[in-house]
Design a protein around this ligand. Structure first.
Ligand code: NAD
Ligand code: LMR
Length: 337
């Protein structure tokens, strides 16, 4: 049996979440009945910064809410079925969107566009109407296109605030730290990696040269590590063999990113993490969404950090990233236009 102190070290709120003085924060999950939505809702229930949890899905959300609501943390939980989206969004400060279909083996994330683009657009239109000041955290793929879709939908409604729309790329950051730790015989706490660009294959650019462990990885080991970070999603899709894509690691990553946003909203300083936002970094190349380190604060995006010094290999990765990212972004914008 585990001792009390051992149990404490396993508690998600101590391992996954950092907290500062909590204030009233309602968080909504749209797609809460799904493979990501369910464990994400559970992890958000464990986050001390969440005071109210609103779970919405076109299928199954009231059941998930009833289940999660028995967890003995402070937040209240409410579940909303298909025709109650507006109620679910009322007063939400943070809205996490994992609604939409996942990949099957052989598919790219872009193959999900036809189904997920309209799901995300319609949810964003409801947010624009009911909770226009909320921070929107987009998980649904293809993130490189769904984030521009959300932005353009809010823009159309006259309520787009570039500081409050985020593509969740945290799973790439989580994977990079884990995979680098694995080959370095180190703890992932000591191997954080900044990952920039977008969230699909070649658009995922890990900056290993900026990591003390990462810069020591060279040659074939470097190529293999970059490839694993860029295609970690495919590894899970293949292993699940038709049953979907990453759900549990994504729920972990989504809860981690939501906690970072909440800490920023609560006034904590120095909360910095990569996320895909409207960004000036490559706007001169016609790419106006990009993931780089972003400081989070009371207004959402506080400061977009430059990418900093990168290696010759990373220059090449970035060269491969930009044209594909541009295409994905334009596809999202064109869908709303
Ligand atoms: P899933 O099929 O298990 O769950 C999706 C849920 O969305 C379902 O419960 C479904 O009922 C719901 N849904 C569909 N249309 C909806 C609507 N209009 N409103 C509300 N809910 C709706 O899929 P999943 O495995 O949870 O993946 C969800 C999405 O997240 C996929 O697009 C997947 O590609 C993406 N994803 C992104 C990342 C990332 O790193 N950003 C990681 C993993 C998965
Ligand atoms: C991931 O990176 O795991 C997700 O984007 C899901 C996928 O389709 O790979």
């Amino acid at each position: 049996m585990l001792s009390r102190s051992a149990l404490r070290t396993l508690t998600p709120s101590s391992r996954l979440f950092s907290s500062s003085a909590p204030r009233q924060t309602k968080v909504a999950v749209l797609g809460a009945g799904g493979g990501i939505g369910q464990p994400l809702s559970l992890l958000l229930k464990s986050d001390p910064l969440v005071t109210s949890l609103s779970l919405y899905d076109i299928r199954g959300a009231p059941g998930v809410a009833a289940d999660v609501s028995h967890v003995d943390t402070g937040s209240e939980v409410n579940g909303y079925a298909a025709d109650h989206l507006d109620e679910a969004l009322q007063g939400a400060k943070v809205i996490v969107i994992p609604a939409g279909v996942p990949r099957k083996p052989g598919m790219t994330r872009d193959d999900l566009f036809n189904t997920n683009a309209s799901i995300v657009r319609d949810l964003a239109a409801a947010v624009a109407r009911v909770a226009p000041d909320a921070n929107i955290l987009v998980i649904s793929n293809p993130v490189n296109s769904t984030v521009p879709i959300v932005a353009a939908t809010l823009e159309k409604a006259g309520v787009f605030d570039p500081k409050r729309v985020f593509g969740v790329t945290t799973l790439d950051v989580v994977r990079a730290a884990r995979f680098l730790a694995g080959i370095s015989n180190a703890s992932p706490n000591d191997t954080p990696v900044t990952v920039i660009g977008g969230h699909s294959g070649a658009t995922i650019v890990p900056l290993l040269s900026q990591s003390s462990y990462g810069k020591g990885v060279t040659g074939d080991a470097y190529a293999a590590l970059v490839n694993r970070i860029q295609f970690g999603g495919d590894e899970v899709v293949k292993a699940k063999d038709g049953a979907g894509s990453a759900t549990l690691s994504m729920a972990y990553a989504g809860a981690k990113f939501a906690n970072a946003v909440l800490r920023g909203l609560n006034g904590e300083k120095g909360v910095v993490t990569p996320t895909f936002v409207k960004s000036p970094l490559f706007a001169d190349k016609g790419i106006d969404f990009f993931s780089s380190n972003v400081e989070l604060g009371v207004n959402g995006v506080e400061k977009i950090h430059p990418i900093g010094q990168i290696s010759a290999e990373e220059e090449k990765l970035l060269e491969a990233c930009l044209p594909e990212l541009k295409k994905n972004i334009e596809k999202g914008k064109a869908f709303v236009a």
